[in-house]
Design a protein around this ligand. Structure first.
Ligand code: PAF
Length: 310
């Protein structure tokens, strides 16, 4: 398979980062619900400026089918975006799910009429406005299917992305990697989003103890799900990973805090709900995680109804 025509559905920061990086080597269509300028600019981590024209298509008026569809909506918009798109796609077109958490991925992997890859990335990007996105920091992307097959497709896509300046790697254990990112997000995002603090402030009282409480709940749930931390084992391994991320991102406003501050829906369902479902399945208590989910659900009910992120 040759992956030359890419649809990117969900032109937020990540979607436009991928589009602009791919634009010189592939045919790229940004699929959006609302009109978006075709001329798009990426501010690179070295403060360079990369301006390209990309095709922008409305979901109601799509061009000829692509070789691959990247779904880059927020987690809560993924299923609605896929439903709007599915009838326009011939069977067999690969789908790449770039969502955080572990919510829609298994359902979409079942539902999509073609190969499905999941991606997890540490690329950092944020939207400036409708024409500009900042690529804040280089990262790494892992690609694979939840069942461990489709390795040739994941390898080909990893080559395409890497040659476009987004280093990527095909892996057999994407499920584990998605859960690890979810665990880090669960230990950091709800706390900073609700307290309105930068990640580094979690090192101080009273937040340090709150991170530790969440780690104490997360570690047994992850162990019961068969998810080990990357380095070391059990609670110590998770503690090392989470505090490393907090240290490395001390100056950052985490994604969930940015969503709260911008009045957008947060990804609490995709990040916290899978942990609580797993906790219940294994008979484990997780009152701290449950309290965050309840509070973020209450906030979601009080703000505007969620859009689909397209
Ligand atoms: O969601 C985010 O912002 C990031 O995944 C993380 C790791 C919490 C750092 O800010």
């Amino acid at each position: 398979m040759t992956l030359t025509r890419h649809w990117i559905v969900g032109p937020g920061a990540l979607g436009r980062l991928i589009a602009l990086r791919l634009a010189d080597r592939a045919s790229v269509t940004l699929v959006a619900r609302r009109p978006l300028p075709a001329e798009q600019t990426l501010i690179t981590p070295a403060d360079g400026v990369l301006t390209r024209r990309v095709e922008v298509a409305r979901i109601e008026a799509l061009p000829a089918p692509p070789d691959v569809v990247h779904l880059t909506t927020k987690a809560h918009g993924a299923e609605a975006a896929h439903a709007a798109l599915a009838s326009h796609l011939p069977a067999g077109v690969p789908l790449v799910l770039w969502q955080n958490g572990f919510d829609a991925q298994p359902r979409l992997a079942e539902r999509h009429a073609g190969p499905v890859l999941c991606a997890t990335t540490t690329e950092g990007a944020h939207v400036q406005d409708d024409t500009r996105v900042t690529h804040a920091g280089h990262g790494h992307t892992f690609l694979g299917s939840l069942t461990g097959d489709q390795h040739a497709l994941a390898t080909e896509l990893a080559t395409v992305l890497s040659s476009a300046g987004l280093p990527a790697e095909a892996v057999f254990d994407i499920r584990v990697r998605l859960w690890r990112k979810l665990a880090v997000n669960a230990a950091i995002n709800p706390l900073v989003a609700r307290a309105g603090i930068r990640n580094g402030e979690l090192r101080e009282a009273p937040y340090r103890a709150r991170v530790e409480t969440l780690l104490g709940e997360l570690a047994p749930i992850l162990a019961a799900e068969g998810i080990a931390p990357p380095d070391g084992a059990g609670l110590d391994g998770w503690r090392r990973l989470v505090w490393q991320v907090i240290e490395a991102t001390a100056a950052n406003r985490a994604s969930m805090l940015q969503d709260v501050q911008a009045g957008r829906p947060t990804e609490h369902e995709a990040i916290l709900a899978p942990l609580l479902v797993a906790a219940e399945r294994h008979g484990l208590a997780a009152p701290g995680l449950a309290e965050h989910l309840a509070a973020l659900r209450a906030r979601a009910a009080a703000v505007a109804p969620p859009g689909d992120g397209c």
